[in-house]
Design a protein around this ligand. Structure first.
Ligand SMILES: Cc1cc2nc3c(=O)[nH]c(=O)nc-3n(C[C@H](O)[C@H](O)[C@H](O)COP(=O)(O)O)c2cc1C
Length: 366
């Protein structure tokens, strides 16, 4: 039984629901993508192979990650929960994860601890994806504010998760009108969770990237994977700036505009993190918008790739749109593999590419 609700508790739930509503509606309807920066993946150019010596039908995109084989090196990145619209989206994304055998991340689940009604907006994914690899989600800021290991275990149970990811979002907390930019002690809490949780504990950014120095600290903490979530795609400074306009918070509006494109572009973050870590698997994400870009990230050293906004956009339309979109991504990925003569993902990892322009300036070593 949930405890009897006080007025304060009810209003806290309403506040959470409204924030979650904005978190979907703003990216979808107002546009919160990078404005002046990019992923830098446009500076990666594959070398065309005019003699691929294989048939398209032989191309196999299956990928091994976390001791499981998936149909493609692609994860539905952590997004949502907490509202009726989010429930519908999680239901559709769950179906996709199940049918296509790809992993799926849920949105930050702290809201789900507040009531059974809210928890159901997350667990709907598991109902529709009994066999899929589902990833629970919680914020680093929540850990720093005292979320207990017991609560984290409840979050895992909520969706019978196969792994948990901790998201690092200092930029979003800074701009969010009601944000609490408190990040003291987060790494120590990550270490604690790695020790106490019996599942893979991964870490991700939300669109500002992971530097090589942070990646080394995370590897030393023992995390199971690092999702770089670089800049060039969805901007959470952008989302929160639009929310700050509605809240008439002038300082946050100013900061949101100033830091809209803040962060490490995805390609730079991926290349540098790959060089920095010894063994931690890397997930590339942040602004990936097609299968060609997924292929580029795999060639650059990512173990898996992830996309958020494109899946949200398709899922918000219909289940059919979502499945059509997935088929398109697979056609783009497999098409790229065919043109490179890569029969499988292992061969794609060894494919030839050139790094040009501004990306070369950033990552080419002397
Ligand atoms: C609508 C929406 C909600 C999101 N909510 C979360 C979240 O709750 N937890 C999280 O770790 N990341 C969240 N993200 C961030 C994504 O997982 C991803 O890191 C980021 O959007 C960059 O990827 P993209 O450019 O493909 O959207 C969200 C993204 C979107 C678009």
């Amino acid at each position: 039984m949930m405890r009897k609700r006080s007025f304060a508790h009810v209003s806290e739930i309403e506040t959470i629901k409204n924030r979650k509503k904005d978190g979907i509606a703003i990216p979808l309807k107002r546009g919160a993508q990078a404005k002046t920066s990019s992923t830098y993946l446009e500076y990666v150019r594959f070398v065309h192979n005019a003699l691929p010596e294989l048939d398209y039908s032989e191309v196999d995109s299956s990928s091994f990650f976390m001791n499981r084989t998936f149909s493609a090196p692609l994860i539905i990145d952590s997004m949502t929960g907490g509202t009726s619209e989010a429930r519908k989206i999680n239901q559709r994304l769950g179906k996709l994860a199940q049918d296509h055998n790809i992993p799926m991340g849920l949105g930050s689940q702290r809201a789900g601890l507040k009531s059974e009604e809210l928890a159901a907006t997350y667990s709907i994914a598991r109902k529709n994806a009994p066999d899929a690899f589902l990833i629970a989600n919680i914020g680093g800021a929540q850990l720093s504010k005292g979320l207990t290991t017991g609560e984290v275990k409840k979050i895992i149970e909520m969706i019978q998760a196969d792994a948990i990811v901790i998201h690092l979002n200092p930029l979003q907390e800074l701009i969010q009108p009601e944000g609490e930019p408190k990040y003291t002690g987060v790494l120590a809490k990550i270490v604690e969770l790695v020790t106490e949780i019996d599942l893979p504990v991964m870490v991700k950014e939300v669109g500002a990237g992971i530097s090589p120095e942070v990646a080394i600290r995370l590897e030393t903490a023992g995390v199971s994977a690092i999702n770089v979530a670089g800049s060039g795609g969805t901007s959470w400074a952008g989302v929160e700036k639009i929310r700050a306009v509605a809240a008439k918070n002038k300082i946050k509006i100013h900061l949101g505009e100033l830091f809209w494109d803040w962060g490490i572009p995805t390609a730079i973050s991926l290349i540098q993190v790959k060089r920095a870590v010894k063994k931690t698997p890397i997930i590339a994400s942040g602004g990936l918008r097609n299968g060609l870009e997924v292929a580029k990230c795999i060639a650059l050293g990512a173990d898996m790739c992830a996309m958020a906004y494109p899946f949200l956009k398709a899922a918000a339309q219909s289940t059919d749109s979502l499945f059509r979109y997935m088929n398109l991504i697979l056609a783009e990925l497999k098409g790229t593999m065919f043109l490179l003569g890569s029969r499988n993902i292992e061969m794609l990892r060894g494919s030839k590419y050139k790094i040009t322009g501004a990306l070369a300036d950033e990552v080419n070593e002397e």
